[in-house]
Design a protein around this ligand. Structure first.
Ligand code: FAD
Ligand code: SIN
Length: 523
């Protein structure tokens, strides 16, 4: 089947839906989501969304905190843009019906998280993302120009090369005309032609064995743009959240929000000793790369499987009021967080790199935009400051919507695009091969390309992944397209990019720590 829309949006998280709501003023919009609209990283966000709201906070302080976390790799223009436009985008979220917690005096109840010098995190209890997702979905469903395609899986973007239409020196001579989308109800690949395409496909957590991300986070967008020869950047900077609940039987790992450390939570060894002061003068509120590495070191040195996060010294009622979901979740496992310490471990959480974009949210491929976690806008640099990602998605989706909206009428559909060619045959035994290779990818990435890296581990990871790459490409060419094989292929592409960029960086910086190159090179 062939469909045509002015705007194609791949992804239904905060980046995709906020963009869709804005471009809908300029033409027809298709939003595709590979599962249900609500199954996104966005819906899992707990801590909140950062924005300077009241004095004594200031843009300068938020900019400074973001640059310190980013460790010399941030793009100052992107940092300024996000932070200065944040209050306006928060107002937009409120207008779409999002509720954030307020204090008795009517002002927003702002939290503080690691690396932030001020209280500036707007939140909805401890499930901010679910509240944002709810408000966006309700707004989308009411909009007459937006068509929603759930259970539609984008396989590849449609591009042509060498047309001589590049307008900016950093861009590539490649143009995008939409995407091939697998309709999971019919099993057929449909051609979605679009004048402009927005990649808002989220994160990559599922490339690792242990992650806070839902299963959808397989890096599809990054892999699709990589295969289309767009520019991908900063992939070595994968953020591990220091405090995922230690519960081996659960996938994804349940997050214990950083806001709990902002609230006064203390990290302790299993014998009850505090340890963060030994690693950083900011203690438990040091940026999360430092905290995650400290925990990793503690676990390795002591041969233990978890450390504790302790809020038992805080007033029980206040703890329950601020963290009702965490309280409920832990209680269901027999942990009463007002009396018992919470066992925690680091888990893969966020990709700071991704599809390189400019200040208008444009990728290096003409008429292809990217926003949210799959994009590398320059905001996070080598390490994302907590709660800076939801706001980044909003600001760059807005910028992209303005740019795409302005030029959509000057773009033609490309009707010469052929249908998807799917002549492969499926064999039942392929499924077991795919499942096994998938486990291998996750093991390779977790064992060799995790929080602490080394030359030998990265080389081993590269060699192992290369074998899987060859096998999977052969299988892909031979098979009828399925979501499962596409996921595997995408994870291998993403793993390859992380390893390649990690091998290239001959220093330790931000989230990338290599024991063979422990120092920073001069910038
Ligand atoms: P997502 O919300 O992940 O949406 C991705 C969408 O793309 C989904 O709809 C998915 O179905 C779709 N998709 C992907 N691939 C395909 C494909 N091939 N075809 C079709 N559709 C596809 N950030 C903060 O700022 N504050 C927080 O408090 C915070 N807490 C977090 C807590 C957790 C547990 C996690 C996991 C993340 C947290 N983050 C937080 C990070 C933040 O939630 C994400 O970075 C952000 O929500 C990403 O939004 P997005 O729109 O880019 O992607
Ligand atoms: C958290 O609540 O700790 C997650 C915040 C984030 O990832 O930004």
């Amino acid at each position: 089947m062939r469909r045509e829309y002015d705007f194609l949006v791949i992804g239904s998280g905060i980046a995709g839906l906020s963009y869709a709501l804005k471009v809908a003023d300029f033409g027809s919009v298709a939003v595709v989501s590979k599962t249900e609209l609500k199954e996104t990283n966005t819906a899992y966000a707990q801590g909140g969304i950062s924005s300077v709201m009241y004095e004594p906070d200031s843009f300068e302080k938020h900019i400074e905190d973001t640059l310190i976390a980013g460790d010399g790799v941030c793009d100052i223009k992107a940092v300024k843009k996000v932070i200065e436009e944040a209050p306006e985008q928060i107002q937009q979220l409120l207008d779409w019906g999002t509720n954030f917690d307020k204090k008795d005096d009517g002002l927003f109840d702002l939290h503080r998280e690691g690396g932030h010098s001020e209280h500036r995190i707007l939140h909805h209890k401890d499930n901010t993302g679910a509240e944002i997702q709810r408000a966006l979905i309700e707004s989308i469903k009411k909009h007459p120009s937006i068509s929603v395609f759930e259970n539609h899986f984008a396989v590849d973007v449609i591009t042509q090369h060498h047309l001589g239409r590049v307008t900016e020196p950093w861009m590539r001579d490649i143009e995008c005309y939409g995407a091939y989308i697998l309709n999971k109800y019919t099993g057929k690949v449909d051609t979605f032609l679009a004048k402009t395409t927005m990649m808002a496909s989220g994160g990559i957590g599922s490339v690792y064995q242990t992650t806070t991300n839902p299963l959808i986070a397989t890096g599809d967008g990054v892999a699709m743009v990589f295969r289309a020869k767009g520019i991908i950047d900063n992939m070595e900077f994968v953020q591990f959240h220091p405090t995922a609940l230690y519960n081996l039987s659960e996938r994804p790992s349940f997050l214990i929000t950083e806001a709990m450390r902002g609230y006064g939570g203390i990290l302790r060894r299993q014998n009850g000793e505090e340890f963060m002061e030994e690693y950083d003068e900011r203690g438990c509120l040091a940026p999360r790369d430092i905290v995650a590495r400290a925990i990793d070191n503690e676990l390795k040195n002591r041969g233990e499987e978890f450390v504790y996060l302790d809020v038992t010294h805080k007033p029980a009622e206040e703890t329950k009021k601020h963290f009702p979901n965490i309280f409920k979740k832990c209680l269901s496992l027999g942990i009463d967080i007002t009396k018992d310490m919470i066992p925690v471990v680091p888990a893969a959480h966020y990709l700071c790199g991704g599809i390189k974009t400019d200040l208008k949210g444009r990728s290096s491929i003409i008429n292809l935009y990217a926003a949210g976690e799959c994009a590398c806008s320059g905001l996070h640099g080598a390490n994302r400051l907590a709660s800076n990602s939801l706001i980044e998605a909003l600001v760059f989706s807005n910028a992209a919507a303005l740019d795409a909206g302005e030029k959509v009428n000057s773009i033609e559909f490309n009707h010469r695009i052929p249908e998807w060619n799917d002549e492969g045959t499926s064999h039942p035994e392929e499924m077991i091969l795919i499942t096994q290779s998938n486990k291998e990818v996750q093991q390779i990435m977790s064992k060799y390309v995790g929080i602490v890296r080394s030359r030998i581990r990265l080389n081993r990871a590269y060699d192992r992944l290369e074998v899987l790459y060859r096998e999977t490409e052969a299988l892909f060419q031979d098979s009828k397209v399925s979501e499962k094989i596409c996921h595997l292929r995408n994870k291998i592409n993403v793993g390859y990019l992380i390893i390649k960029m990690a091998r290239k960086r001959k220093e330790s910086r931000g989230l990338h720590y290599n024991i063979d190159f422990p120092d920073k090179l001069d910038n």
